[in-house]
Design a protein around this ligand. Structure first.
Ligand SMILES: Nc1ncnc2c1ncn2[C@@H]1O[C@H](COP(=O)(O)OP(=O)(O)OP(=O)(O)O)[C@@H](O)[C@H]1O
Ligand SMILES: [Mg+2]
Length: 370
């Protein structure tokens, strides 16, 4: 009697994850191996600079005071001038409403200031991340320039983004940084690293997120949630898949040290023929699968292994295929739920939360009386 062949073992939706694999997804961990294929980056180890305590005190502080000497002197750009003016006019508004500027906390982060300035003079402008996370939820806070979001030209720009982001703290908490890791929570010390990437003007239509499971490139998704007519043709989609597959095979799969399961982001050239690496992240629930779900990704891998003639050819590419796609968000602000109105930001600068709350309430009162 023939021995029945056991069905293949089911694949879990998420692979096993360890702290070491999460650490490998830090930009400073993968950058040395991929520097010629990614944007120039500088890493500021805040512990090594000896300003960890002061930095955390400032970041956790109940106010939006920027550290001393962080505005870039001389104040050259009109945006900086406007911001400087708005901060000083708010200072005087604050004292007239009873708050004394002498009680304002003063934060000194001279070495971090210097390191940020050095990166800015090297790159022209920087795109900041703290540990694994960029403050992309508050991109609206800096004055919009033709260069795109998170374009920082002074330490103050970097600080303002880090301080106001709801995303940045996740990269500083052991529980969320190592969420979904198998090990029992160990030591709680997490290195704090400010990553400053050279800021480049990015065309979001050329950003793609790619999923690797068990060392197999299974799927690619458009990263930006807008509909792009030019991404709809079969030929262009095939060319994207071919470029990503070749790039992954030639450059990534046997070099990346973060295990057999990971997610990486690529920026393709305008002809879709070459690529740059923007980021790596662990293959886990908190990495946004964008146009896929993680159970779909698991199913794709399972189907590709079933040996039948109609098994999918990998990788599968998904793009937003109509302006009415449920995930299309043309004209809608990204991370809208994290947004504060601009007036709120302006009122908040240089104030404690209590002062800010009272200033916000009086401004509402004034508006109601008008
Ligand atoms: N060096 C850069 N210059 C300008 N824009 C950039 C740069 N690097 C990334 N971006 C833009 O910022 C967005 C977010 O960057 P990045 O993916 O590094 O942040 P993240 O916090 O790791 O995001 P996620 O949590 O989705 O992985 C990118 O999609 C890209 O549009
Ligand atoms: Mg990322």
């Amino acid at each position: 009697m023939p021995v029945p062949i056991p069905p293949p073992a089911p694949i879990d939706i998420y692979p096993q994850l360890s702290r070491d694999l999460v650490e490998e997804a830090r930009t400073s961990a993968w950058y040395p191996a991929f520097s010629r294929l990614s944007l120039p980056s500088t890493f500021i180890d805040i512990d090594q600079l000896g300003e960890r305590e002061a930095f955390l005190e400032w970041l956790d502080g109940d106010s939006i005071f920027l550290p001393q000497d962080s505005e870039s002197p001389p104040v050259t750009s009109s945006s900086n001038r406007q911001r400087a003016a708005s901060i000083s006019s708010l200072d005087s508004a604050g004292s007239s409403s009873g708050s004394s500027s002498s009680s304002a906390p003063i934060y000194h982060l001279p070495r971090i200031n210097e390191a940020i300035r050095a990166a800015i003079s090297r790159y022209g402008a920087v795109f900041p991340k703290l540990n694994w996370t960029s403050p992309k939820d508050v991109a609206f806070i800096l004055p919009q320039t033709a260069h795109g979001p998170l374009h920082c030209t002074s330490p103050a720009d970097v600080y303002l983004l880090l301080k106001t982001s709801d995303f940045v703290p996740h990269g500083l908490e052991v529980a969320s940084a190592f969420a979904e890791c198998d090990e029992a929570p160990g030591q709680n010390h997490l290195k704090i690293e400010l990553v400053l990437k050279k800021h480049v003007d990015i065309n979001p239509a050329r950003e793609f997120r790619c999923f690797v499971r068990s060392n197999t490139l299974i799927a690619i998704t458009q990263r930006d949630p807008n509909y792009y007519e030019h991404l709809q043709g079969a030929q262009v989609q095939e060319s994207i898949c071919n470029t990503v597959r070749a790039f992954w095979e030639d450059e990534i799969w046997d070099v990346y040290a973060g295990g057999p399961d990971y997610v990486f982001d690529l920026y393709l050239s305008s002809d879709h023929a070459s690529a740059l690496i923007l980021d790596f992240q662990p293959y886990r629930q908190s990495t946004d699968p964008l146009l896929f779900t993680y159970s779909e990704l698991r199913d794709i891998l399972e189907e590709s292994r079933n040996g039948s003639d109609d098994r999918p050819r990998l990788p599968i590419l998904r793009v937003i295929d109509s302006a009415s796609h449920p995930q299309a968000s043309r004209n809608a602000p990204a991370y809208g739920s994290s947004m504060m109105p601009m007036e709120m930001m302006e009122l908040s600068q240089g104030r404690s939360m209590a002062e800010f709350a009272s200033a916000w309430q009086s401004s509402i009162g004034e508006a109601m009386e008008e």
